[in-house]
Design a protein around this ligand. Structure first.
Ligand code: ZN
Length: 144
C-alpha cells in the first residue's frame, strides 16, 4: 500500500486524498463531487492559485492572453498534453489579462510561459510555445 496522493479539486479547491491506484478511475471530489482529474486543462484564477499549486501531482500552468498569436497556436498542443498526461500531471491555463496581479506575482515577462509546480513550489519554467514532443520531454526532464 502506498500513501494516497493529495490532490486539490479544480472546481472547489477542496484537498482530496486519492490512492495512486485509483488515479485512472476518474476520482470524484469528496466535497463537490465533480471530477478531480480532467483530461482537459482547467482555468486557473487568482483566488484559486494558492490552493491549486499544492498537492502531490505536479501542476503545469500555461500563462496566456487573448491577443497573443503564439499562445493561440500553442493552445491545442497544451490540450493534447493534458490528454497524454492525465493522472500524472494537472494542467491549467492562466489568462494573464484577467489575472494581472497573479501574472505579476509569478514574474511573467513574456507569453506564453509555462510554469511547473509541485507541492506548492515552482520546479521548472519555460517561455515560448513548443511542439508537443518537446513539451513532453521537458516535463520528463523535470520529473513528471
Ligand atoms: Zn471539488
Amino acid at each position: 500500500m502506498t500513501d494516497p496522493l493529495l490532490i486539490p479539486c479544480p472546481h472547489c479547491n477542496g484537498l482530496n486524498r486519492i490512492p495512486a491506484t485509483r488515479l485512472g478511475d476518474q476520482p470524484k471530489c469528496g466535497r463537490c463531487k465533480a471530477s478531480v482529474l480532467s483530461r482537459t486543462p482547467f482555468e486557473l484564477k487568482q483566488a484559486d492559485y494558492a490552493s491549486q499549486i499544492k498537492g502531490d501531482l505536479p501542476l503545469l500552468i500555461d500563462v496566456w492572453a487573448d491577443w497573443c498569436g503564439p499562445c493561440k497556436s500553442f493552445a491545442p498542443i497544451f490540450e493534447q498534453a493534458a490528454q497524454q498526461l492525465a493522472g500524472r500531471c494537472r494542467l491549467a491555463k492562466l489568462d494573464s489579462e484577467a489575472n494581472p496581479h497573479l501574472a505579476g506575482q509569478l514574474g511573467i515577462r513574456s507569453i506564453p510561459s509555462l510554469i511547473l509546480f509541485k507541492n506548492g513550489r515552482e520546479i521548472a519554467r519555460q517561455s515560448g510555445a513548443f511542439p508537443l514532443q518537446q513539451l513532453l520531454e521537458w516535463l520528463r526532464s523535470a520529473g513528471v
